[in-house]
Design a protein around this ligand. Sequence first.
Ligand code: AHM
Ligand code: MG
Length: 366
Amino acid sequence: KFSEECSYTGITLTRYMIEFARANPELAELESILASIQTACKTISTLVRRSSMTGLVGLQGGGGSVNVQGEEQKKLDVITNDVLKNALKFSGKMATLASEEEDAPVALDEDDNYDAYRPKDIVIEEGNKYIAVFDPLDGSSNVDAGIPTGTIFGIFDEGDQTCVVDEGLPLTAAEQECLASTLRPGNALIASGYCLYSSATHFVFTLGAGVQGFTLDESNGEFVLTHPDIMLPPRGKIYSLNEGNRWAWDNALRDYVTAIQKGEGESGVAYTSRYIGSMVGDVHRTLLYGGIFAYAGDKKNVNGKLRLLYEAAPMSFLVEQAGGKAVTGLHRIMDIVPSGVHQRVPVIMGSPDDVAECQKYYTAES
Ligand code: AHM
Ligand code: MG
């Protein structure tokens, strides 16, 4: 038994990224960015798992209140945002960060990138700078009930759109405008992924050439490749959406869901329902088992609930890289140019044949 464990090392995420950088020198900088994200995700995984003992809460509005031991409670989403932000800053590769937890994009200057904790003798070569978009703990209000949560991220190359932002707040109108202009559509992403905190911690990502899934091996603290080259089945038997909104949905979605429930869809199979209410968990299951996940627009919220920049677009990139489709109903999500950091879009994603079938209902009713 002992020798079996010793001989098993597997492909770690660190090793995978070293090989990737060697094979793709033009994208070598992604290695240190992914290293930062993987470290942050390990920390967040521990914070989430120990939150009941440490007084960190996921509940909305929990921050600032006092727990039964008389300690001040902190909100997990605030802390996890700092964890990810600091890890990314430390990579020395970041120009701008946009997070669900920040009102506006945050510009990083040299001081941020070369922060006080970096040993002074380490000099990072100037190279490309990148833009990171992320939701540090999506579904954080679920944590207190032991329900899965996740971190979602996307990386863009900054390109030529460098913004010069002077010290001091508030930002000027010109600075704000420049930072906003760094926001790109999903089709410009060079990497995206998520970390799922559930029965195990899974790190699933794409660098634009397929989707790789790693699982945290708690015995040595390494992410190990467990799901190489994830491909969505062309069709599944599961639909995943909040049916409480059924009577507010567009007719297109209601008609489609009714058809697959009754086994009257294209496959003739009656679909079953699974909905966690935590996007990372719902998308992870969809990637592995197939089927369709949606948070569509409805009469109350015409653009649904999910945010384009740091939820819908990174997940769409993953789903497409796994052979799936991701649309708003009529349009491909990856092509939408964001008009603001927190813009919402309707989301329908999953197995290509399921999403295409659903899309036909939208086309017919448009
Ligand atoms: P959050 O970003 O405030 O955590 O909300 C996003 C979450 C997603 O993970 C999930 O798909 C959706 O909200 C569920 O919403 P609902 O409770 O309306 O079904
Ligand atoms: Mg979110």
